[in-house]
Design a protein around this ligand. Structure first.
Ligand code: HEC
Length: 266
């Protein structure tokens, strides 16, 4: 779509400006830009449209979409946004806000595409290979709700269904300042390490590789399977349970030229 073309080298800024423009275009669509020159009859129509839109939760602002779903933004979708998107997609977050219907609606098609392709939320690792505690991946049911909502005309619903906005806890734990072990290529631990997390650091876009540990007794355990990892969304992967790696453990699978930090527990 156009956005991708414009943004290929335009940086994130271009993208976040676009939807605002669309929102404005949509809000002004019924009456146009000539409030002073309006004839009384026209302004009456415009006002009643505005009033109706207000009463019916502004769904009329979106013109001619035919609504064929009972799933609404205010009831189902906002809850998914709160749980899985809003850590980044909010005022003051790392990406444009999806916290209100007017902010999210212009992105409806893109949202459907991103979640179906599993590009959003950006996780970058294969599920089931290693066990992590901050996995934000959507469940199949959540993906279906989003897809059905968009296909059904992306209705707003009723403000009375809106949940309380989440309170933002402290930002996710920053990796500890010291003690991390930087791995580049196969790496043998010279001292024991209690491993709490792993953080890809210097890494090519779309990187895909498996990291495993080989314990001194010869057994092999999965750590992390990156695929396809986007350094733009760099984040640490925290294990559900930290585990003890004895001296002599070999970390395998990190390609030469790529660096991954092993994060020790405190
Ligand atoms: C870890 C942070 C993070 C989470 C969680 C996250 N996103 Fe994003 N998302 C981003 C960033 C960063 C961008 C790029 C923003 C930009 O270009 O301005 C982005 C871009 C997008 C885009 C635009 C893609 C395009 O270029 O067309 C959509 C749509 C999107 N996210 C939807 C979602 C949805 C829906 C969720 C939750 C199910 C979600 N995101 C969760 C960080 C996140």
């Amino acid at each position: 779509m156009v956005i991708d073309g414009e943004c290929a080298d335009g940086g994130p800024g271009v993208r976040s400006v676009l939807p605002l423009r669309w929102i404005r275009a949509m809000l002004y669509a019924p009456g146009g830009h000539q409030p002073l020159a309006m004839k009384p009859r026209v302004s009456f129509v415009v006002i009643s449209v505005a009033v109706l839109a207000g009463l019916s939760g502004a769904s009329m602002a979106w013109g001619h979409d035919i609504i064929t779903t009972k799933i609404t933004f205010d009831r189902e979708i906002i809850r998914i946004v709160h749980a899985r998107c809003a850590t980044c997609h909010r005022e003051g977050g790392s990406a444009f806000s999806l916290m209100t219907y007017n902010e999210a609606r212009p992105w409806a098609k893109a949202i459907q595409e991103e979640v179906l392709e599993r590009r959003m939320p950006p996780w970058g690792a294969v599920k089931g290979f290693g066990e992590f505690r901050d996995d934000q991946a959507l469940t199949p049911e959540q993906i279906e709700l989003i897809a059905d909502w968009v296909e059904g005309g992306a209705p707003e619903g009723e403000p009375k269904d809106l949940p309380e906005p989440p309170k933002w806890a402290a930002p996710p734990p920053a990796p500890h300042g010291s003690g991390q072990v930087t791995v580049n290529g196969d790496y043998k631990l010279l001292r024991p390490l209690t491993l709490a997390g792993i953080w890809p650091r210097k890494i090519a876009p779309n990187a895909s590789f498996q990291v495993t540990v080989e314990l001194p007794d010869g057994s092999i355990q999965p750590l992390l399977w990156l695929q396809p990892y986007q350094p733009a969304y760099s984040h640490p992967f925290w294990f559900r349970n930290p585990f003890a790696l004895p001296q002599g453990t070999v970390i395998r699978g990190v390609p030469l030229g790529t660096t991954v930090d092993l994060l020790p527990s405190r």
